[in-house]
Design a binder for this molecule. Sequence first.
Ligand code: PLP
Length: 405
Amino acid sequence: MSISQIARNIKESPTLRLNEKAAILREKGEPVIHLGGGEPKSKTPIDAIIATAGHLNTGEIRYAPADGIPALKKAIISYTEQNYGRLVTPQNVMASGGAKQALMVALHAILNPQEEVIFPSPYWVSYPEMIKLLGAIPVPALPEDGTFRPTIQDIEQRVGPYTKAVIINSPNNPSGVTYSEQFIADIVAFCEKRDIYLIMDDIYNRLVFDGKKPLNCYDYAKDFSENSKLIVINGVSKQYAMTGFRIGWAVASKRLIQVMTNIQGHQTSGPSVLLQKAAVGALNGVQSCVESLRITLQNNRDVMMAQLKTFDGVKVTKPDGTFYCFADFSAYEKDSNKLSQTLIDKVLVLTVPGAECGWEGFLRLSYCGSIKEITEGIERIKWALDPNSPNELYIGDRKLVRNWS
Ligand SMILES: Cc1ncc(COP(=O)(O)O)c(C=O)c1O
C-alpha cells in the first residue's frame, strides 16, 4: 500500500487504543479496570441535553457557519470574560470538533514544514503527532531540575531560528501539576518579545485542587493588538464531562481566527450544529456540575495518593489538578510499555506507559473513575508488583495465582 511519508510517521493514539482495548475486554466479560482513561464519569449536564434535544426535535439539522454558531460564540465570549476577565469579540473565537481539532487547526494555520514547536515534557501524547502531521518538528523540553515543572530557561535553551510556537498545558496531562505563576508570566513575556506563537492548552484550567486559582495567561500579556500570537484553547470535554460531544474552541487574534476558519471550512465545515447546541446549554446552564466534578476529582486524587504511598517502590508527585497522576515505577520495571502490558495481562488493569508522554519508567494513572475502580485497580497493581504479595488474589470469584517474581 502506498501511503504518504507523513502518515508513515504517525503513531496510533495510545490512549484511544487503550479505550478500545478496555471496551473489547469488557465485552468479553473480563473484569477490567481502566486507569488509563481521560474522561470524567459524571453525566452530561441536563442543560446540555435539553438544548440538544430541543434542536433535534425541530427536525432541521443543517450546515452551520464554519467558525461556530453565533449562540456558541456568545457563550464562549461570556466564558472568557467570566473565567479570564477578558472581553473578546465573535471574530476572536472559533468553535471546533473538540480542543483537539482547535489545536490541530491552529497548528495548521501557523506551521510550515520543518518549523519547530516546543512543549514541556512530560507531555500529552498527541502533541508530537499533531506537529508531525504538518511536517513540522516536535521539540519536547525536559525540565533540567528533574521535576515536572519547567522553567523559562528550559524553554529558552531550545529556541532556535526554526522555533514557531510553544505549547503550554497547565494543569498538565499527564503529570497533573500546575506550572508556577512566575513561569506563566515569563513564558507569555518571552513569546511576546521573541514573536513566537504561544498556545495555551487550558482544557483542564478549572479542574484545580486545594484552593488553587486557575492561571490566567491574559494577566501577563501586553500585546492585545492584531499582532498578538497568543492562542487559548479550551472546550467542554473535561470540565463538563462532555468528551463525546466533541466541542472545543480557540480564542486568538481576528486575523488568525479568520485563517483558521478558512482551514476548518474546507476540512469539516465546522462541528455539528447539534453538538454546538449542547455546548451552549452547558456553558449557559447551571455551573454547579463543574464544581461538583472538581471536588469529586480532588477526593479521588487523595484516595489514589494514599494508596500509592503504600508501595515501597513508587515515587509520585501530588497532582494540583486534572485527573491524572504520573508515577515513577522504575524501581519495579524500567520499560513502561512492558510494565503497562504486564498489568493488563496479569491483573486486567489499563494504564498509559510513561514513554508515550516522554518519560520512561513512569505510568500515567487516571483517577476519573469511581473510588472502587481506583482502590481495586491500585490494589491489583500492588499485588502484581510487590514480591511480598500473597500468592493468590480474587477478582470476583476468579482466582489469580502469582506465578512470577
Ligand atoms: C492536554 C489535552 N489537550 C487537549 C485534549 C483534547 O480535548 P478534546 O476532547 O476536547 O478534544 C486533551 C484530551 O485528552 C488533553 O489531555
